[in-house]
Design a protein around this ligand. Structure first.
Ligand code: NAD
Length: 341
């Protein structure tokens, strides 16, 4: 059993913790929690062990009558791998702590590639994680782009890729963030960081991205334009997406008229927290112009697409399974359909 801890029980950390409990070869030893709130209570109800950060944290949890099992330092003594999901302001500073404790750690997409020197996507570079002490799982948008471009690169080669990202402004619970009524170039300069970030995983893909922030909370939507190295047809492009892991093709004619309908699909499917682990491509949008210029709409559910990647990164670092076996196990545990091969 691989013993896993989670530092930062938030949007990503909470989901990865739940996913760890679904793996037959992993044990969730515990999670750190900053604040004794309803999420802490729900964690206890689920049987998740909570660790406080320090003496101040311990006092806060004692006052709220929520039991903890020790401190973050105690947790570090009991795990093989930590998921470091506290977020941009804290996570990079914690690397030294993991080094001192001799514990492997997985960082998330808000950190710089240079922090770990290796950025991970299960479809693209699983084997490169083997034996590493520190790995960074790339961000939600980069994950969606990596899966999509990997499918195209493997089947046709990619001469250049261009993407315009309409980004959700905030996660649903982030009530203090905006905009409420604006479209914000984000950033106003080009390229946005997503293109260079894809190249940390797929260094030979020529990609430029630009991004805007829009007043929604549930998903990002990319408009993709990719020049392929080989002539291809729309049908061949669709077949390439169908055989890639963790890409879901949806159809407007089946009711998927918007990102809201993708979230509705997840609700009706009974996915926890309406999660959509797959990169979502609208089938009707896949269009090939001039024999090798491919267009498509790509949807990314930001809170959940990186969850299976974190699970595979754990096995990859530990050398615990082959790429194919790990992806298969993770998919089965989370209800992700196997691709059509
Ligand atoms: P979040 O704010 O939802 O969660 C962070 C959690 O860490 C919170 O529960 C917070 O209370 C806790 N925390 C803060 N300081 C702490 C500390 N010192 N010690 C322990 N816990 C502490 O953040 P998130 O959205 O889950 O982001 C985490 C990482 O995942 C970031 O790198 C982010 O870029 C990346 N990511 C986020 C998304 C997304 O859409 N939310 C998608 C992909 C990747």
């Amino acid at each position: 059993m691989i013993r896993v801890g989670v530092n930062g029980y938030g949007t990503i950390g909470g989901r990865v913790a739940d996913a760890v409990t679904k793996q037959k070869d992993m044990e969730l030893v515990g999670v750190t929690k900053f604040t004794p709130d309803y999420r802490a209570k729900l964690a206890i109800d689920k049987g998740v062990r909570i660790f406080h950060l320090d003496a101040d944290g311990q006092a806060k949890f004692q006052k709220a009558k929520i039991p903890t099992q020790g401190s973050l330092q105690d947790l570090l003594k009991k795990v093989d791998v930590m998921i470091e999901a506290t977020g941009e302001e804290v996570a990079s500073g914690n690397k030294e702590m993991y080094e001192k404790a001799g514990v492997r750690a997985i960082f998330e997409g808000g950190e710089e590639h240079e922090l770990t020197g290796f950025s991970f996507n299960a479809n693209c570079n699983y084997d490169g994680a083997k034996g590493r002490k520190y790995v960074r799982v790339v961000s939600c948008n980069t994950t969606g782009l990596c899966r999509t471009l990997h499918a195209l690169k493997t089947s046709f080669g990619v001469k250049k890729a261009r993407a315009v990202l309409a980004r959700r402004a905030a996660d649903p619970q982030e009530t203090g963030k905006g905009p409420i009524d604006a479209v914000v170039p984000d950033p106003v300069t080009l390229p946005s960081h997503h293109g260079p970030d894809v190249m940390t995983v797929l260094p030979d893909v020529n990609i430029t991205t630009m991004a805007i922030k829009i007043p929604t909370t549930h998903m990002h939507l990319h408009s993709l334009i990719v020049t392929l190295s080989k002539k291809t047809t729309r049908e061949e492009a669709i077949a390439a997406f169908e055989k890639e892991q963790r890409i879901m093709l949806v159809e407007g004619k089946m009711g998927f008229k918007s990102t809201s309908h993708v979230i509705d699909w997840a609700r009706w499917k009974g996915r926890p927290r309406n999660d959509v682990y797959e990169a979502v491509i609208w089938k009707e949008s896949v269009t090939v112009v001039d024999d090798n210029e491919l267009y498509a709409f790509l949807g990314v559910q930001q809170e959940s697409i990186v969850v299976p990647e974190n699970i595979d990164a754990i096995r990859g670092m530990m050398g615990a399974a082959s790429q194919a076996d790990s992806i298969k196990m993770t998919n089965a545990s989370l209800g992700i359909a196997e691709p059509i091969r």
